[in-house]
Design a protein around this ligand. Structure first.
Ligand code: AMP
Length: 146
């Protein structure tokens, strides 16, 4: 039977994650698939390079602690087992793909904003995930950038 057996839900842990999760859950129920979740923490050094003349390690630790508890709270509301929750450091686009592949997911679910102007040129996480993905990607339309 065609369908999906393992779904990787990527969340940035903003409000919009609920809408993305709803669609992932609907598919999981429909195909009796297993649900995994991933949140990627972008290291501050990656985001700002060497441009910030201060030690960012305690800020980074705080961000990590917050992300950890937020992800676990969000996941338990969805009934996702702790071993299927992935908290990763790196660039969201490539890490979402890597974790999905590693877990053997056959569908990645991400949110996608309707973008315009400069934001469109800069691209989005959904675009980045789609490029180079070896499995299906569902981009759930969220928010409104107009
Ligand atoms: P963006 O293009 O950055 O606005 O993000 C759109 C979608 O990409 C989100 O709804 C998530 O599905 C995914 N995403 C963005 N950032 C992250 C992140 N740090 N970790 C996991 N997924 C993310």
């Amino acid at each position: 039977m065609s369908g999906y057996s393992k779904v990787m839900l990527a969340v940035d842990l903003t409000e919009e994650s609920n809408a993305v999760a709803d669609q992932a859950l609907a598919l999981v129920e429909r195909f009796e698939a297993q649900l995994h979740i991933v949140h990627v923490i972008e290291p501050l050094s990656l985001a700002y390079g060497g441009d910030v003349p201060m030690d960012l390690s305690s800020v980074q630790e705080q961000i990590q602690e917050q992300a950890k508890s937020h992800l676990s709270e969000f996941s338990s509301r969805l009934g996702i087992d702790p071993q299927n929750q992935h908290l990763i450091f790196g660039r969201p686009e490539s890490e979402i793909q890597r974790v999905a592949e590693e877990a053997g997911a056959d569908l990645i679910v991400v949110g996608s904003h309707g973008r315009h102007g400069l934001a469109l040129l800069l691209g989005s996480t959904a675009n980045g995930v789609l490029h180079g993905a070896t499995v299906d990607v569902l981009a759930v339309r969220v928010g409104d950038s107009e």
